[in-house]
Design a protein around this ligand. Structure first.
Ligand code: PEP
Ligand code: MN
Length: 336
């Protein structure tokens, strides 16, 4: 169960509620986020909800049978909308587009990408400065100095940025230079990282693990929420299957399933999802039709020269075409 507490609750009222929750056979956990104060009770026993409902200090109480509680759709009437400021919203019914290179490489590349995004009305740029690479000899990113340079150029252009954080120690150095922390597929179940991201007041996008289930993704999101951060979104980025014709298998099913299970915005990453440039556009369009709240993909001035993931990266002409098609799909969907 989730108990929403009033902001003015007194310490005595809280203690009385907790002892009542314990008496019902539930384990109470205190949760304070940017948006509210809660007690989440973990247990299975049936009880009459009215026993708690009228207690002073309680605003509302919800039964949630899922293993994950806060990220479940079962208690929230409205879907979560992430507000990045300056009118950039994710999950408000528009289709958020986040585009940029796999890796941030140099100033010229950042400027070229920003110009491309501005010309096409895209408000969020992606890019990695800490890169998880399968080989230790591959390019591993420009690090924090690259992030600072990128951030200052993006800010001047009015562009928001999303970048991957790989470990706890990077959170503090990155926090003032990102608009969204990305948790990569190799870190979906790095529970220490998730706990710490729960303590910052910055949106977090969690990618689905390479071999992760939908429920595991939701449980990862529960870590961040229950540690205090409600500004969360999830990303389907393809999973590893026996199929070798594509880099990963984009799980289109995950989009409507996640939309049903959670109130969090759902983002689709067709670049990593399919891993082959020619198929990025059809997969992106399919994800938009399936109900994704946003699309994140890789684009580069010269994909064949990209430091990483060039084989799945769109050039700017392909990217511009795809943005136009995505906008048309969104218009079509909202006209129904
Ligand atoms: C990326 O976004 O560049 C990335 C490494 O993604 P993933 O964690 O999904 O592999
Ligand atoms: Mn990549």
């Amino acid at each position: 169960m989730i108990i929403q507490l009033s902001e003015q609750i007194t310490a005595t009222q809280r203690e009385t509620i907790i002892s009542c929750v314990l008496k019902l056979g539930y384990k109470p956990n205190d949760v304070t986020t940017q948006k509210g104060r809660y007690i989440v009770g973990i247990g299975k026993k049936e009880f009459d909800i009215r026993m708690l409902g009228s207690m002073p200090g309680i605003v509302d109480i919800h039964r949630v049978s899922d293993d994950y509680k806060f990220v479940s759709n079962k208690w929230k009437v409205n879907r979560t909308v992430i507000d990045l400021g300056d009118g950039v919203l994710i999950g408000d019914g528009s289709l958020a587009i986040m585009a940029g290179p796999c890796s941030i490489e140099n100033e010229k590349q950042i400027e070229d990408t920003i110009n491309h995004l501005k010309e096409n009305g895209v408000g969020i740029m992606r890019g990695g400065v800490f890169k998880p690479r399968s080989s230790p000899y591959a390019f591993r990113g420009l690090g924090i100095d690259g992030l600072k340079l990128w951030y200052s150029l993006a800010r001047k252009a009015g562009i928001k940025i999303v970048s991957e954080v790989m470990q706890v120690s990077q959170i503090e150095e990155m926090v003032d230079y990102v608009d969204i922390f990305q948790v990569g597929a190799r870190n979906t179940q790095n529970f220490n990282l998730l706990d710490e991201l729960g303590k910052v007041d910055k949106p977090v996008m969690i990618k689905r693990g390479i071999s992760g289930t939908i429920d595991e993704l939701l449980s990862s999101a529960e870590y961040v929420f229950s540690a205090g951060n409600e500004k969360l979104m999830l990303c389907e980025r393809g999973i590893r299957t026996y199929e070798r014709a594509s880099r990963n298998t984009f799980d289109i099913n995950a989009i409507p399933i996640l939309k049903e299970k959670t109130h969090l915005p759902i983002i689709a990453d067709p670049s990593h999802g399919v891993g082959i440039r020619e198929y990025v556009e059809p997969v992106a369009l399919a994800a938009a039709v399936a109900g994704a709240d946003g699309i994140i993909y890789e684009t580069h001035q010269k994909p064949e020269e990209a430091f990483s993931d060039g084989q799945q990266t769109l050039d700017f002409a392909e990217s511009a075409r795809m943005i136009q098609k995505l906008n048309k799909v969104r218009q079509l969907l909202t006209s129904y």
